[in-house]
Design a protein around this ligand. Structure first.
Ligand SMILES: Nc1ncnc2c1ncn2[C@@H]1O[C@H](COP(=O)(O)OP(=O)(O)OP(=O)(O)O)[C@@H](O)[C@H]1O
Ligand SMILES: [Mg+2]
Length: 443
């Protein structure tokens, strides 16, 4: 049986465009001119999907959405917006809209969004109650959990910001695993780790022989993530020219591999992470504004650990796991008083190290290696990351060489052994890092 779609728009030309398009795809379509008419239509007929404009006289799209979600919580809703209406879209997503379409969208984009919305299982209304992998009870982390649920229920792109080690990747995986549309691949890509010359081929794929070294066909990240999620980590390192190409794909869903004649359609949801403040990057013109607004269907800002000190005992017990004798009160106190430039990741490392040292006994202050306490993260919270850590109060009598060796060791530890990222965080190039590793016998 054909799915029934209700279109709500006060602009007849816009609703007629959608009607023609969707009827061609064999959907049963009805149009109404405002929210009140839409509610009346819904009371008398069942529909499988509502596509509603936001700005309308009488009852606007947001008010309509509010009614719909109360009366038919499982009914998927796509909102329509003129390009400038990003705030409205964010609000619509908060109210439970599944996705949005920018007016006018190409037939392919409309069709894709509609089909995806209709695939959503009714069980999507079931709340992933806790997002239990995100440990913490502070208001900031409760808000993050709330946003993860919201993102999982909708279909929009998400941008995740926060300092190093605050849980950006954890959050993106949680969004995918609780996702209403579900299934689909989760492809993770760290933008900092690939040379800019390879951008095209890495994202779009290539045909065998299309350039020297292309020995076989390569599908590319966008096609690998088709029907699922592409997680773009360290977005701040993507060149603006490449951001523009990415934006094109987001807008038209067309991918043409290097050396191929034909392009192919993909449907990819983007989750992008950055440890810098988007507002500052836009000022510096390292982040394109249009890309940012396109990705920011929902924005999730992760708090630093120092912004949620009260969560430290919970997190510490979480990382210590079961078994073992817990912590002495002064160990907890020491953890709560320490500086956490590496945030939750650093806390995890310290606790796991302490647990190994304490064995079955209680973890005491003596087991905690908080030697990096001299490092503080920049207090502005938004813009930082490993590279913005600063050294404060150097211990007396330490040689420069020892400090350098220690800084390198720590950077590698924070970057989990990844040399490219460690070099970046030390603000040196990879070859310098390699040389120093040999010099200090750390290779
Ligand atoms: N709220 C949390 N509850 C439990 N574990 C967490 C939480 N936040 C982060 N972690 C853990 O901390 C570690 C670092 O998290 P993650 O890799 O997601 O950080 P990130 O923000 O992506 O860091 P980076 O910017 O350095 O890539 C992981 O082991 C993750 O599981
Ligand atoms: Mg990460």
């Amino acid at each position: 049986m054909a799915s029934k779609i209700l279109i709500v728009d006060d602009e007849p030309s816009a609703s007629e465009y959608l009607r023609l398009l969707l009827e061609q795809e064999k959907f049963e379509v009805r149009t109404t001119g405002n929210g009140v008419e839409a509610l009346i239509a819904l009371e008398t007929n069942p529909f499988d999907l509502v596509i509603s404009d936001i700005r309308m006289p009488q009852m606007d799209g947001l008010e309509l959405l509010d009614h719909l979600k109360q009366r038919w919580p499982d009914l998927p809703v796509i909102v329509l917006t003129a390009n400038e209406g990003i705030e409205d879209v964010v609000q619509a997503i908060h109210l439970g809209a599944l996705n949005y379409l920018v007016k006018p969208s190409s037939p392919a984009v409309v069709s894709e969004a509609v089909k995806k919305a209709l695939r959503v299982r009714p069980s999507r209304g079931v709340e992933p109650p806790l997002v239990s992998e995100l440990v913490g009870e502070s208001p900031a982390i409760v808000d993050v959990r709330h946003r993860v649920v919201m993102a999982a229920r909708s279909d929009v792109h998400v941008i995740i910001t926060g300092d190093t080690g605050t849980g950006k990747e954890l959050v993106s995986r949680a969004i995918h695993s609780y996702s209403a549309v579900g299934g689909g691949p989760f492809v993770a890509h760290n933008c900092a780790l690939s040379p800019p010359e390879l951008f095209e081929s890495e994202f779009f794929g290539h045909r065998r022989g299309s350039f020297t070294g292309a020995e076989r066909d390569h599908s590319g990240l966008l096609r690998q993530a088709d029907g699922g999620v592409l997680f773009l980590d360290e977005l701040e390192t993507m060149l603006p020219a490449h951001q523009a190409k990415l934006l094109r794909v987001i807008d038209d869903g067309e991918v043409r591999p290097v050396g191929a004649e034909q392009s192919q359609r993909v449907s990819v949801r983007f989750l992008a992470a950055t440890n810098r403040d988007p507002a500052i990057m836009m000022q510096e013109r390292t982040l394109r504004e249009d890309l940012y607004y396109r990705l920011r269907g929902i924005e999730i800002r992760l708090p630093t650990l120092s912004q949620r000190l009260d969560d430290i005992p919970l997190l510490a017990h979480h990382f210590a796991g079961t078994g073992g004798g817990g912590f002495t009160p002064d160990a907890i106190e020491a953890l709560m008083g320490a500086e956490w430039a590496g945030n939750v990741r650093q806390l995890r490392n310290v606790v796991q190290g302490a647990k190994a040292a304490a064995g079955d006994g209680k973890i005491g202050v003596g087991h905690l290696s908080l030697q990096s306490a001299g490092w503080v993260s920049r207090s502005d919270g938004g813009e930082s990351g490993a590279s913005s850590s600063g050294f404060q109060g150097a211990p007396r009598g330490v040689t420069l060489r020892a400090l350098e060796r220690w800084a390198i060791q720590k950077a590698l530890e924070d970057c989990e052994g990844n040399r490219t990222r460690a070099a970046k965080s030390l603000d040196i190039d990879r070859s310098t890092l390699r040389r120093k590793l040999v010099e200090f016998g750390l290779d």
